[in-house]
Design a protein around this ligand. Structure first.
Ligand SMILES: [Zn+2]
Length: 292
């Protein structure tokens, strides 16, 4: 069998084709599946470590235009692309979602992160944020995750290997709802912060629930998705989230930065998650209370 024929007969090729066909069939609710096709292709041919960089080069070619703007990579495109059922969510170049674009705008406009000499710990680093932060020569940047190839350090958030008072800033987005013991994680974050340091935290919040839902008799991924909104979520935070963080020794400011933008800007920059399930508009700035 020739090399070419071997490839077209291979399970990998047929699995990929099968996925593409499946998406064509089910794609009626998704207005644009070009990104999915590109993603399938990259997953098939490119090792995981290099995928974000390759996607950032290839996918923008499919979405040239000026209808939307991504604050993370400063790119203009014809549209944002579908992600987890949301039709206009992800940046074609850097993969930023609504919350990432909102956070970068906030960090750039309202903090000293882009100018101050700071030591930053980025927990569970997102490629789109990491790309921006690693470029900043004023930052001493460290990223940490249990096993992500994007992280410089592979560590357990519940038992960080850093000395007390090591960092000026800890960035922790959409992580706490995934860990067994979020209070222990907050204790660790606070421990590694300097006395005048702060944690910048975002999490999905259920605005309809006054308190956090957790500890239920929920065990399977499907049950967790139904009760906690995602297969790997271990709780569903309610409106008590800021109090919950404050109970671990932080002074918490809840920033509704999205209110700074009018409806046209929100739409063009893709800042609000189109989901009836939960809100992730709030940015929680958590100061070590001892600094007060
Ligand atoms: Zn982008």
């Amino acid at each position: 069998m020739s090399r070419c024929r071997w490839w077209f007969a291979s399970p990998r090729y047929n699995r990929w084709v099968g996925n593409v066909e499946s998406e064509r069939v089910t794609g009626a609710s998704i207005p644009d599946n070009r990104s999915s096709l590109a993603r399938r292709a990259v997953r098939s041919f490119v090792p995981g470590k290099f995928r974000p960089a390759v996607v950032s080069l290839v996918r923008p070619l499919l979405y040239r235009g000026n209808a939307v703007h991504c604050a993370c990579c400063d790119g203009d495109f014809s549209r944002f692309i579908p992600h987890q059922g949301r039709p206009y969510a992800k940046c074609p170049r850097c993969g930023a979602l609504e919350r990432h674009r909102l956070l970068v705008s906030y960090l750039r406009e309202r903090t000293d992160l882009f100018a101050g000499r700071l030591k930053v710990l980025h927990v569970a680093p997102e490629w789109c944020l990491q790309l921006e932060l690693r470029r900043l020569s004023n930052l001493d940047y460290v990223s940490a995750d249990l096993d992500s190839p994007l992280a410089t350090d592979h560590v357990d958030l519940l038992d960080l290997p850093y000395s007390a008072g090591s960092f000026d800033v800890v960035i922790c987005n959409h992580v706490l709802e995934h860990v067994d013991n979020d209070r222990r994680a907050l204790d660790e974050i606070r421990r590694v912060l300097r006395a005048d340091g702060r944690a910048i935290i975002m999490s999905p919040i259920d605005p309809a629930s006054p308190s956090t839902v957790e500890g239920l008799d929920v065990h399977t991924p499907e049950e967790r998705r139904r009760v906690y909104w995602q297969r790997d979520h271990l709780r569903r935070y309610g409106r008590d989230f800021a109090d919950r963080v404050a109970s671990r020794g932080f002074s918490v400011d809840t920033i509704r930065y999205i209110d700074q933008f009018d409806a046209t800007q929100v739409q063009r920059q893709g800042l609000r998650r189109e989901s009836a399930l939960f809100s992730d508009d709030d940015i929680f700035i958590c100061h070590c209370a001892t600094a007060a």
